[in-house]
Structure formats: structure tokens, C-alpha cells
Design a protein around this ligand. Structure first.
Ligand code: IFM
Length: 440
């Protein structure tokens, strides 16, 4: 096959994604601040108290890195707990700090995408019952109004809620995110609250900024039956419905329908201008009534699939393409808002990156509308209950010194962003093990 380049469309967004609680550090008002102090909550008792030190200004050097690496966009989140540290107090200094970050992106010719809720809230919200409180859509909408009013001169691309499915699962079913509950019914109810909160936020943002584009970032995981068994097939169907389907469907038609429940949320109908897809891996499911935690299946990965360092992510590039085909049914353009792998040695990431982008390129040739790709993540960050044990960065972070060390994947991604495509030369140089699949 001749050596060539798989080109992406003009104006394609190329960036990385980050989240406030994972990179900023020094925030005593967030739910995760209290959570990490509780015994046994975080692997190795790791802490996010300094993280990547963005709150002291290191975002500047990281944005410089991203810019020098040819990225033309960046997705970050802002912390509700900083902007509204108490129910009746807005922190204008925090808003100024975010203004600076966004102008920092704009001046580096990088399009900002801002996430308004990424897994953490102010402590006072948690004390009032968090996402189980009926008032949460109103509380969230008030925060969104304040934040968007302040930041809309610099941004018109908004993600209301990051991974509502993962959040509801982690915080209310598995119990490894605050508030640590373990109840399926509550988790499903929290998702309904998040649909309402998203809808309120969507209408608020459009009222303030009619030209804005607003969506969610959904974690999309392709669930497949592990065997021919009808029970495995049923398990995969139910998981797909609960985890992938229920939320974006409610934003399309205003009907929230997780498995046997059906709720009308009419204000949510037609409230997504794009669908953000966070894709990491697919999974095989085997029916298991004793799985625990209110669930009824156990997961695994296909045999002979390369796994990430932790074993949590399998390299299944086709799954990204399948997510796009699946996502197209919601009738709005898509943006890959996250994709990446934990790999401190950068042993598999170059191949994972090249193969996933190739799968994306292929599916886009079938006219599936995808507008951008944000790699997770720029610099190693605090991975929630997994602390610093998982390293997703294009740059390694030395926690002791705050030094950033470039991984080869950062070079590969810089080449992809520079050429707006995947060239054989770049793959040969940085991900030779992807050559047979990409340039046979
Ligand atoms: O770090 C997380 C992020 O906050 C949400 N999506 C998955 C990432 C990797 O675990």
C-alpha cells in the first residue's frame, strides 16, 4: 500500500480534555476535598491537594505545551465549588481566574470547550442532599447562569454535565465517588435529576448566548454478550440501555426510560446541539445474578486484546467507530470529548492513539458528522478513587517537582494535529506496531 496520510476535514478540533478537580489543586470547598480525607477512599491515600498545580498558575505552561504541540482546542471544566463556595456567595476572584484561563486559550488560538459539572460539587450542595435533593436542577441552573454570564465572551461551546452515567454509577451505585451510596434505584433517580439539571442549564445558556452550542459528554461503552447465551444478550441489552442510551434519548425526545421505568421530562426534549462521546473501551458481559452492587453481570475483555497498565481499558479501536454509528441516531453532530489510556510507560498509548484515530477517520468517511477529538489527557492527573495510580497524560507529571516529561505519544499527537491527519511517516516513527493495521 502506498504510504499516505488519512486527512481529517478542515477546521477539525484537535485538543486534550481536563477537569478542574483533577488538575487544579488547592480547593477546600469541593466534595472531593472531604472525600479524599476519608480513610480508604483513594488508592494509596493519594491526594489532589496540589494536583497539576493549575490554581497557582501552571495552566499557563501546560497551555503553552498544548499550543506548541499544534492543538487548536482545549476542553476544561470549571469548579462550581470555587465559583459558589457558599449558597449565598459568588467568588469573583475565582471567576477572574477562569476568565484568565479562557483568554489564555483564546490568545493561543485554541478553541475553549467548558464543562460545567465534572464529578464534583460544593460541599454545601452535598450537605443539602446532593443530586437526591429535588432542588438540584434549580441550584445548578443558578450556578450555570452566573458562570456563563461571566465567561461567555470567551466561550460558546459548553458541556453541561460530564459522564452523568459514570457519575451516577460511581456515586450512587458502586459507591466509590462521594457520597458513596450503593443503591440502584437511587442511581437511576439521580440520572433523572441530571436530565432535568441539564435541561435547565441548556435553556439558561441559550437564553444568555443564543449562538452557543451545548451538549453533554457521555461515557459510551459498547456492551456485548460474552457468549451466545440469551441471558448474556439480555444483560448486554439492559446495560446498554441503562448506561449508554437512557440519558441521550431523554435529551432527544423528553422521555427518560431506563429499563422498566418511564418518566416524561418534556423540558429536556431537543436539548443537545452536539453529542460528546467519551470512549475508552468496549466490554463483554456475562450474566451473573451474584455480581453484587445491584448489578447482574460480570465484565471481561475479548481474548488477545492488548490491555492498559491497570487492565481497565482494552485496545478496541472499532468500539470508537461503533460509538459514532450509535451516536448518530440522536441526530446531532458529535465530538469525541475524551479518549485515552492509562499507560505510565507509554508502551501501548502510541498504538492506541493511532488506531483509534484511524477507526474514527474511517467511520467519518461514511459521512458521520464528527467535529473534533479531545485526547484524555494533557498531563498526568488525579484519577479520582484511583488517585495517581493511573497515568493518562501525553506528558508525565513528576508529582514531587511538578516537572512535566514529554511522552512519545505527545510527539505523535502533535504530528497528527499539525498535519490534520495520520501520516504513514508519523505512525512508522512513533507507533510502528500500528503500521500493519493502518498501512498494510
Ligand atoms: O479521568 C476520567 C475523567 O474524569 C472522566 N472520564 C474518564 C477519565 C479516565 O478515567
Amino acid at each position: 500500500m502506498p504510504k499516505g496520510t488519512y486527512y481529517f476535514p478542515e477546521h477539525f478540533l484537535w485538543g486534550t480534555a481536563t477537569a478542574a478537580a483533577q488538575v487544579e489543586g488547592r480547593n477546600q470547598n469541593s466534595t472531593w476535598y472531604a472525600w479524599e480525607k476519608e480513610e480508604g477512599r483513594i488508592v494509596n491515600s493519594d491526594s489532589a491537594q496540589v494536583a497539576c498545580d493549575w490554581w497557582s498558575g501552571r495552566w499557563r505552561e501546560d497551555f503553552d505545551r498544548a499550543q506548541a504541540a499544534n492543538q487548536n482546542a482545549h476542553r476544561l471544566s470549571i469548579a462550581w465549588s470555587r465559583i459558589q463556595p457558599e449558597p449565598d456567595r459568588w467568588d469573583e476572584d475565582a471567576l477572574d481566574r477562569y476568565r484568565e484561563m479562557l483568554t489564555g486559550l483564546v490568545s493561543r488560538k485554541m478553541t475553549p470547550m467548558v464543562t460545567l459539572h465534572h464529578f464534583s460539587e460544593p460541599l454545601w450542595v452535598a450537605e443539602m442532599g446532593g443530586w437526591e435533593n429535588e432542588a438540584i436542577p434549580d441550584l445548578f441552573a443558578a450556578f450555570v447562569r452566573k458562570a456563563v454570564e461571566a465567561l461567555m465572551p470567551y466561550c460558546n461551546l459548553w458541556v453541561t454535565i460530564n459522564e452523568p452515567n459514570v457519575f451516577a454509577y460511581g456515586a450512587y451505585l458502586e459507591g466509590n465517588f462521594p457520597p458513596g451510596k450503593q443503591d440502584l434505584k437511587t442511581a437511576v433517580g439521580v440520572m433523572a435529576q441530571m436530565v432535568r439539571a441539564h435541561a435547565r442549564a441548556y435553556h439558561t445558556i441559550h437564553e444568555l448566548q443564543p449562538e452557543s452550542r451545548v451538549g453533554i459528554a457521555l461515557n459510551v461503552r459498547g456492551f456485548k454478550p460474552a457468549t451466545w447465551s440469551p441471558l448474556d444478550k439480555l444483560a448486554a441489552k439492559i446495560y446498554s440501555n441503562l448506561f449508554n442510551e437512557a440519558f441521550p434519548k431523554a435529551l432527544k425526545d423528553g422521555v427518560y426510560q431506563p429499563f422498566l421505568r418511564k418518566e416524561q421530562i418534556p423540558e429536556a426534549a431537543g436539548t443537545q446541539d452536539f453529542l460528546g462521546i467519551n470512549y475508552y473501551t468496549n466490554e463483554l458481559l456475562r450474566f451473573n445474578p451474584f455480581a453484587g452492587g445491584g448489578m447482574f453481570a460480570t465484565g471481561s475483555f475479548p481474548k488477545n486484546t492488548a490491555l492498559s497498565e491497570s487492565g481497565d481499558i482494552a485496545n478496541i479501536p472499532m468500539g470508537l467507530a461503533e460509538s459514532v454509528v450509535w451516536g448518530n441516531k440522536f441526530g446531532v453532530p458529535m465530538i469525541i470529548t475524551e479518549n485515552g489510556i492509562d499507560d505510565s510507560k507509554d508502551a501501548i498509548r502510541p498504538r492506541y492513539l493511532a488506531e483509534h484515530l484511524h477507526a474514527l477517520w474511517k467511520v467519518m468517511n461514511g459521512n458521520y458528522p464528527v467535529e473534533g477529538y479531545f485526547h484524555w489527557t494533557l498531563v498526568d492527573n488525579f484519577e479520582w478513587e484511583r488517585g495517581w495510580s493511573q497515568r493518562f497524560g501525553l506528558w508525565e507529571l513528576d508529582l514531587e517537582t511538578q516537572a512535566r516529561i514529554k511522552r512519545p505519544s505527545a510527539e505523535l499527537y502533535a504530528e497528527i494535529c499539525r498535519t490534520n491527519g495520520i501520516s504513514a511517516d508519523a505512525v512508522e516513527k512513533y507507533a510502528p506496531d500500528a503500521m500493519p493495521a493502518l498501512f498494510p
